[in-house]
Design a protein around this ligand. Structure first.
Ligand code: ZN
Length: 196
C-alpha cells in the first residue's frame, strides 16, 4: 500500500534495536515531516558517523581524531587505566563524573561459546600500554560469567606489570550490563573497587 521508497525507509528503520514495524512506520512519517534542511542535516550526520568516526589509536574509544578527547586530555590521570568491554561503558562511567583516569576499550569479552578469543580483543595493545608509568588497572568488564573470566585472564597477564589491579565492587548485579546500571550503583562500584 505504501510506495516502495517509503517501504524501504520503514524496512531500514526496523534494523535499529527495539524498533518494530509500528514504531518504524511512526518514525518514517515523522521523518517525512522534517524540513529539507533538517533531512539534509540528518543525512549528513548519518554519513559522517559512518565515514569519520573510528577507534582511538591508544584506548579504542570512539573518536573523529587519531587520539580521543580523553587520551589527549593532560588533566586526566594517565597512570590509572579503566578497562571496559564497550564504548558505551566509557560513556556510563564518564556520566558519573568521578573517574579521572583514562580507559581501555576491549570491544568485547573472551567467550569460548561464541569463539571470541583474547586475540580478537584489544588485549595485546593493553598489555603494551601498561608500562612503569601506570599505577593502577581497574578491570571494569561486566559482572557476567564472560566478563569475570576476561577480568581474571587480564589480571594474570598484567600480574607483574602493574602494582595495583582492581575489580569493581559487587554493587553491580550479577549478569548486569554496566551501561544500564544507575549512576549511584556505578559510583559505589567504583569507590569500593578491590584488589584482585
Ligand atoms: Zn583514547
Amino acid at each position: 500500500m505504501y510506495p516502495n521508497i517509503l517501504l524501504s525507509l520503514i524496512e531500514n528503520l526496523r534494523k535499529l534495536p527495539g524498533v518494530g514495524a509500528k514504531t518504524a512506520e511512526r518514525y518514517a512519517f515523522a521523518l517525512l515531516n522534517l524540513s529539507d534542511e533538517e533531512i539534509q542535516t540528518l543525512a549528513k550526520a548519518l554519513l559522517d558517523s559512518k565515514t569519520k568516526l573510528h577507534f582511538c589509536q591508544i584506548c579504542g574509544n570512539i573518536t573523529d581524531k587519531d587520539i580521543c578527547l580523553i587520551c589527549s586530555d593532560e588533566k586526566r590521570d594517565h597512570s590509572t587505566i579503566c578497562v571496559v568491554q564497550d564504548v558505551k561503558d566509557v560513556v556510563a562511567i564518564e556520566r558519573i563524573k568521578q573517574y579521572k583516569g583514562v580507559y581501555h576499550v576491549l570491544h568485547g569479552v573472551i567467550s569460548t561459546s561464541k569463539g571470541i578469543m583474547p586475540d580478537d580483543l584489544t588485549i595485546d595493545s593493553l598489555i603494551k600500554r601498561v608500562d612503569d608509568r601506570v599505577n593502577e588497572v581497574i578491570l571494569a568488564t561486566n559482572p557476567t560469567v564472560e566478563g569475570e573470566m576476561t577480568a581474571l585472564y587480564l589480571a594474570k597477564r598484567l600480574d607483574n606489570k602493574v602494582g595495583r589491579i582492581t575489580r569493581l565492587a559487587h554493587g553491580l548485579p550479577m549478569g548486569a550490563h554496566m551501561d544500564y546500571a544507575d549512576e549511584l550503583t556505578l559510583i559505589k562500584a567504583m569507590e569500593g573497587r578491590q584488589k584482585i
